[in-house]
Structure formats: C-alpha cells, structure tokens
Design a binder for this molecule. Structure first.
Ligand code: NAP
Length: 482
C-alpha cells in the first residue's frame, strides 16, 4: 500500500493482505464512502500473533542504532506527506483539517521523541554487598523488551494515539499488533506504511482491521501477548481487563474533566482556553472540558463571555480552513449526546446555546443548572457539550471536581499560588494544569489517569518503562576485591 492507494488492505504477517469480507470507511460529515478495509477474522488474529512471535525475536535483536534510524525515517516519511496524512484524518474522523494538521505534527514529534528515548533505556548497578554474605557479588539490572504488545486504539486521534504505542514499542525492541478503531482504520494503516517504507522488518508490526468485539478476544486473551496497551472507553477497558489474564495492562480511558475558575483569574484567557478545550474535535477528546466551576462573583460575566465565544464557532465542512468544529464520529453518537442533553433539560437544566443536531453534527452546547443526578453530570459525554456551575469557594470546587468516577486531567485558573497548590494536592487526577484548561498535553510528558480514567502512563519515556522489564544480573566471585 502507498499513500495514493488508500485502504483496501491490512498489514498482517509481513504482507499487505485483502479479505473477502470488508468494512466500509465512511466520512461522518455525510456518511459518504471513502474506502474499504478487510474485516479480519479470529483466524487472522492468530496469524498476526504467530508472525509477531517471530517479529518479537527480530525486534529484540535489532541494535538500538537501527531502531533509532528506522523510527527517524518513519517520522521523515510522514513529514514529507504531512497534508496527505492530515487529509485522511480529516476525512475518516471528526477533526477539521486544521485540527488534523496539528495531530500529524504531534505524531512526528511522538516518533522523534521515541527515537531519542531508544538510546536512554538504562539500568543501574546494584550494591549487592548491602546484604551480609553477599560481599563477593557484583551486578546490575538492565531493561529488556517484554515481547508482543497488543495496541487497541480509539477513533478520536487515529494517528497520534497509535504512534504513542508503536513508537515506544519499537524503540524498546518489542513487536506490536495494532487494532485500530473500526471507524478510523486508514490513519493507522498509513502509519504502518511509513514504518515499512522506512525499512522496519515487516513481522515486527501488524495493523489488523476488524471489529473489536470479534477479534479483540483472541488478541487480549492470547498467552503470547505480554502486554495490552488500550486507549478507549471505560466499558471496553473493563471488559478487556477481565479477559486479559496474566499480562501487563495499560489503560488510557476517558474522563469528564473539570476546570475551576477563581475570581482572581484572567477571565479572557480562561474563557478562550475552556471554550477551545470543550469543543476541540467536537468534544471527542479524552481531555475535553466538560465541567467548569466558576467562583460566584464572576459567574455571570464568565458565562456571558463563554457563550459569546461559543457562538462564534463555525461548524461545517471539515476540509474548509474556516471551520472550527466538524461533526461527531457517527450520527448514532450524535443522537446519544442529544438524548443526554434532553435528559438534563427535562430534569431542570437550562440551555444557554446550542443543543440542536443535524445528522452527525451537534452544535457546540452550553448548559447551566444541570442537576447532579443527570447522566451528563457524571459520565463522559465525549461530545461538544459543556456545563457551567457557580461555586462558593475553592473547597466546594475541589469537592465537585472529585465527585465522579474519573480523574484524567483538570485545570485551575487563578493568580493565587496557595490556592493553585491546594488544588494540585487535593484534586484526584493524573495531571493538573494551572492557568490552562484540562486540555493540555505534550507528547513527552507522563499521561494517564486515576479511578475510571485508567491504569499506567503513556508519554514515550513512561510507555517504554511499561513496555520493558528489569532483568537482574549477578556475578558471584570467589571473594570480595574491595
Ligand atoms: P471504544 O469504543 O472503547 O473503542 C476503543 C477501541 O477498543 C476500538 O479499537 C474498539 O474496536 C476496541 N474495542 C471495543 N470493545 C472491545 C472489546 N470488548 N475487546 C477488544 N477491543 C474492543 O472507544 P472509542 O469510542 O473508539 O474512543 C473513545 C474513548 O476513548 C473515550 O472514552 C475517550 O475518552 C477514550 N480516550 C482516552 C484517551 C486517553 O489517552 N486516556 C485518549 C483518547 C480517547 P471497534 O472500533 O471495532 O469497536
């Protein structure tokens, strides 16, 4: 497969292969057909695992300089085709072309960092003589690759979130089997193309296209698969965790992120960041701002400015440079969001703007007075809907922020250092942004959540740590030479 021939084949067992059964890949804007990919079967998955077993041995034996060169070449390959990659993201997924370009740039960054981190996978010497009787022993530990990694990825960042698993896996000498989201397989296939064209041994990487519920079990339950690196929703994450058996598990799950705005904050900056954080990728963003807690004395001025800024958002054609927000990933998802909003309105919430659906498009929506027993107040909406709440003080905001089963990232806007530190200590999340919304991430930072938001961390160096194990080496000498 080359970039001009999009789709049609998956990369499995070292070859681009087709299957009679296919999956149609459709543009969510109007459901038009973009491409087709093979619908893999459980047998295909076993074939992929069999090839990956050989791939794992080849990957582990590959010198670090070779891993670095291949990953760097793959990054360059993508850089040279930046617009092609961005256009595929903007067509198969929900992102606008401007959002998609940022994702491609970040994917290149993810791969470049992976190449750099490959040379920093270190161990340590161990002072064995801390134990009486071990004075004659010297040794160290080093980190070794764990073997085959299963990467199961979501639709919302269909390229960079795959790169966040493939880059660290290859940097640390593992083989990897990627199962991308059924609705967005093309970006992952393009990533495989970049690696294969860059000289990666084809058995080290598989991208297998198919339905998660059908080909997921043989992948996650297979004893030869040593780690599952999953990014997706809580429900699928729980299901996989129950089935996985004795293997490593990394779970990057969802959230309904809170942002606190105190009265001493720069209101304009807080409005700009929280609006962008709420509606980026039509709200289909694990870091998306869902709940904003605003100190009472500035609630009305903040709310007015927030609604005014929201109303400036242009929803429309993803490929237009002028569009700020595209459709949701499917009409079914947009209908779900509509139902959640209607439930909140029936229970007493008030709509300040938005709330209407047209096919897969759902307007940027702002709600106030959302009762605590609504689905929206507790679950991850994963759509362009945000709730604004007045709060009496920081303590009340912290309590509300923690009152859900998620904890990925949060934000606080304040100029008061003491209050910022109190929030840092007391909000249960994997990352807290001071004077920014929850929607901030660079690819080299540790990334992951607590509670229903997951287990473990990504962010290349941290993913490499999860994808390797320490091996202890101890030499027993005839006597101590100290
Ligand atoms: P999803 O429905 O959970 O699907 C994610 C992936 O899991 C897809 O490839 C899916 O395959 C597969 N899958 C589903 N059920 C499975 C099962 N039982 N066994 C094995 N695989 C299974 O999530 P999504 O709708 O694509 O993505 C949205 C979710 O991802 C949100 O909750 C979002 O917050 C989360 N997310 C988290 C992060 C993070 O880093 N924390 C980043 C981005 C997104 P199919 O497509 O074939 O169903």
């Amino acid at each position: 497969m080359k970039t001009q021939v999009i789709g049609h084949k998956m990369f499995i067992g070292g070859e681009w292969v087709a299957r009679e059964e296919i999956i149609e890949v459709r543009d969510p804007k109007d459901n038009s057909l973009i491409s087709t990919v093979p619908k893999a079967s459980a047998e295909d998955m076993l074939l992929a695992i069999h090839a990956a077993k050989e791939g794992a041995k080849i990957a582990a034996a590959m010198p670090v300089h070779e891993r670095i060169s291949i990953i760097k070449r793959a990054a360059k390959y993508i850089e040279a085709r930046h617009e092609t990659y961005a256009t595929i993201i903007a067509r198969e997924a929900s992102k606008t072309i401007r959002e998609a370009r940022k994702e491609v740039t970040r994917c290149i960054e993810t791969l470049e960092i992976s190449a750099e981190e490959a040379r920093r996978i270190n161990g340590e010497t161990i002072p064995f003589d801390q134990m009486p009787g071990s004075e004659n022993r010297v040794g160290y530990y080093y980190r070794f690759p764990i073997g085959i990694i299963a990467a199961i990825t979501p639709f919302n960042d269909p390229l960079n979130l795959v790169a966040h698993k493939v880059g660290p896996a290859l940097a640390s000498g593992n083989a990897i089997i990627v199962k991308p989201a059924t609705v967005t397989p093309l970006s992952a296939l393009l990533l495989a193309e970049a690696f294969i064209e860059s000289g990666l041994h084809p058995k080290i990487l598989t991208v297998i296209t198919g339905n998660g519920r059908e080909i997921g079990d043989p992948l996650v339950m297979h004893p030869d698969v040593r780690m599952i690196s999953f990014t997706g929703g809580l429900e699928a994450g729980l299901d996989i965790t129950k089935k996985a058996g004795l293997k490593k598990i990394g779970m990057e799950l969802g959230s309904n992120s809170p942002v606190i705005v105190l009265k001493d904050a720069d209101i304009n900056e807080a409005v700009e960041s929280t609006v962008s954080g709420a509606f980026w990728a039509a709200g289909q963003n694990c870091l998306g701002v869902q709940r904003v807690y605003i100190e009472e004395s500035i609630f009305y001025s903040f709310t007015n400015a927030f609604v005014k800024r929201t109303n400036q958002y242009q929803m429309g054609d993803k490929l237009s440079e002028l569009t700020d927000m595209g459709p949701m990933i499917t009409e079914k998802e947009a209908i779900r969001v509509e139902e959640w909003v209607n439930e909140a309105l029936q229970k007493g919430a008030n709509l300040l703007t938005g709330g209407k659906r047209n096919g897969a498009y759902f307007e940027p929506t702002v709600l106030v007075d959302v009762p605590e027993d609504c689905t929206l107040a507790n679950e991850e909406v994963f759509g362009p809907v945000v709730m604004l709440y007045p709060i009496a003080n920081l303590n009340a905001a912290i309590e509300k922020s923690n009152a859900v089963n998620y904890g990925l990232q949060a934000g606080i806007f304040t100029r008061d250092l003491e209050k910022a530190f109190e929030a840092i200590e007391k909000i249960d999340v994997g990352g807290l942004m001071v004077n920014d919304s929850s929607d901030y991430r660079i690819d080299g930072m540790p990334f992951g959540g607590v509670k229903g938001s997951g287990i473990g961390r990504e962010g290349i160096k941290f993913a490499i740590h999860e994808m390797t194990e320490p091996k202890v080496v101890c030499f027993k000498l005839s006597k101590s030479y100290k």
